[in-house]
Design a protein around this ligand. Structure first.
Ligand code: FAD
Length: 429
């Protein structure tokens, strides 16, 4: 049996749902095909179940969070940006609040409220959502229309074990990246896009924890640091830096600034370059100010030992690791500390190095870097430059950003532009 729709949208994540709603045309038929039996699984997990929906940063600053491909998004954000998104959800009945760092969340603190608002909207437009339908192949037919081959994955589906053929005039691929594959985003979209002639920029995990050499991280596991600066050294040259919060894990380092640095570090590791992170525990103090601080402590507490000085400078858990790395006797009295000792202490406080030897897998990466080359997609319509009437939206495209609500705004905005272009197309035919 062949089922025909004017538009087939593949993937019921933020990008696919937005595109489905925005492409709605009363005289045309649309279907959303989703491989998992429960739709929008990743969407429901966003922001630790609270969904950090977007960020208040102005356009130019917002774009800088997307790295080198940010230009691709300028038009989409110009058309549908954070304020439009906030209004969109308010109109759907979701109240939104602003938190620190310009992050917006639903007042209910429940991502499911945001997801349900979109699913309800899709339903109210009579757009069917076929769940448990894994798209296996897309074929461009001689007349330019598409055949979409689907394998049902739900055991209770009467078509299980068979394939179902859909046909469509327009197809939109919003199949996400490779991260959190258990939510249905397994990277299959890359294969389908490649088979249709698109260039795929090698995917890598991004916004992911890093693995460091030795036992330092293990000793410090669970310790989180605020207001530190992390500098990245690649082949002995400083290549990046971030200020903020980080934490130690059993295998290495994680937390907001590490996640943001991860993508570029991974790219350097993939080129077999040596990468170190250097933690500056006292970024607000320069060498002179730090020395003055040390001298003051030493003069005031000369009869105390060296580790008591560190208690005023570092979290308790760090002290023994710091002392070991420094190679000074923890019991040495402060009035015996030499100027050379002070210099070594200052250096380590400002430059605590750890070698990065690896990174977390897709199972824990918040997003995937890489994907369908932006050169193969028209940024004003999201239509493929290789295949007419084929569209892309969301994380499958080679765009990714820092944490803070930027990624999902990227998915919503590209989904909105693709949806609008499809609707406009129907108006002109
Ligand atoms: C734990 C976690 C927390 C996050 N929190 C935030 C946050 O708070 N704010 C933020 O901005 N970003 C966040 N992100 C990133 C955000 O989730 C993504 O940017 C966003 O989901 C991308 O949307 P998408 O629609 O492009 O892809 P996805 O959400 O990945 O959706 C793709 C859909 O396509 C379906 N699909 C895949 N293959 C097939 C197939 N063969 N056939 C049919 N369907 C298929 C998948 O099952 C999936 O439902 C988070 C990510 C994770 C993993």
């Amino acid at each position: 049996m062949i089922i025909h729709y004017n538009t087939i949208i593949i993937g019921a994540g933020p990008a696919g749902l937005m595109a489905a709603i925005e492409s709605y045309h009363p005289d045309k038929t649309t279907v959303v095909l989703e491989r998992t039996t429960i739709p929008s699984m990743k969407f429901k997990m966003t922001g630790k179940g609270r969904c950090n929906i977007t960020n208040s940063a102005p356009l130019d600053e917002f774009l800088t969070h997307f790295g080198k491909n940010h230009r691709f998004l300028r038009y989409a954000f110009h058309e549908f940006f954070n304020n439009e998104l906030l209004k969109y959800f308010t109109d759907l009945g979701v109240q939104i609040k602003l938190e620190r760092g310009g992050r917006y969340f639903p007042v209910s603190d429940k991502a499911i409220e945001v997801v349900n608002a979109m699913l309800e909207k899709v339903k109210s437009l009579n757009i069917p959502l076929h769940v448990g339908k894994k798209v296996d192949k897309i074929i461009v037919q001689d007349d330019g229309t598409f055949k979409v081959i689907v394998k049902p994955v739900n055991k209770s589906d009467e078509s299980i074990g068979k394939t179902i053929e859909y046909t469509a005039d327009v197809v939109l691929i919003a199949m996400g990246g490779k991260s959190y594959p258990r939510t249905g985003s397994t990277g299959m979209g890359y294969k389908l896009a490649k088979d249709l002639g698109h260039k795929i920029i090698s995917p890598t995990p991004a916004l992911v924890s890093l693995v460091t050499a030795g036992k330092t991280a293990k000793h410090l596991q669970g310790l989180s640091l605020k207001n530190v600066q992390v500098n990245v050294w690649c082949e002995n040259k400083k290549s990046d830096e971030r200020f903020g919060e980080m934490l130690f894990t059993d295998k290495g380092v994680s937390g907001p600034i590490i996640l943001s640095l991860s993508k570029n570090i991974i790219l350097q590791l993939l080129e077999d370059k040596s990468v170190f992170i250097s933690i500056d525990f006292k970024p607000a103090l320069d060498d002179k100010q730090l020395d003055a601080r040390l001298l003051r402590e030493i003069n005031e507490h000369g009869n105390q030992n060296f580790s008591s000085l560190l208690k005023s400078l570092l979290p308790r858990k760090l002290i023994s690791v710091f002392v070991d790395k420094l190679g000074l006797d923890a019991d040495k009295l402060l009035n015996q500390i030499t100027s050379n000792d002070r210099k070594r202490i200052r250096l380590l406080l400002k430059d605590f190095r750890m070698e990065v030897t690896g990174y977390g897998s897709y199972d824990e990466a918040i997003v995937t870097a890489g994907g369908v080359s932006i050169k193969d997609i028209n940024p004003k319509t999201m239509e493929s430059r290789k295949v007419k009437n084929l569209y892309f939206a969301g994380e499958i495209i080679d765009i990714d950003a820092d944490t803070g609500g930027y990624n999902i705004q990227g998915a919503f905005s590209t989904g909105w532009v693709a949806g609008k272009s499809i609707r406009d197309k129907w108006n002109y035919i």
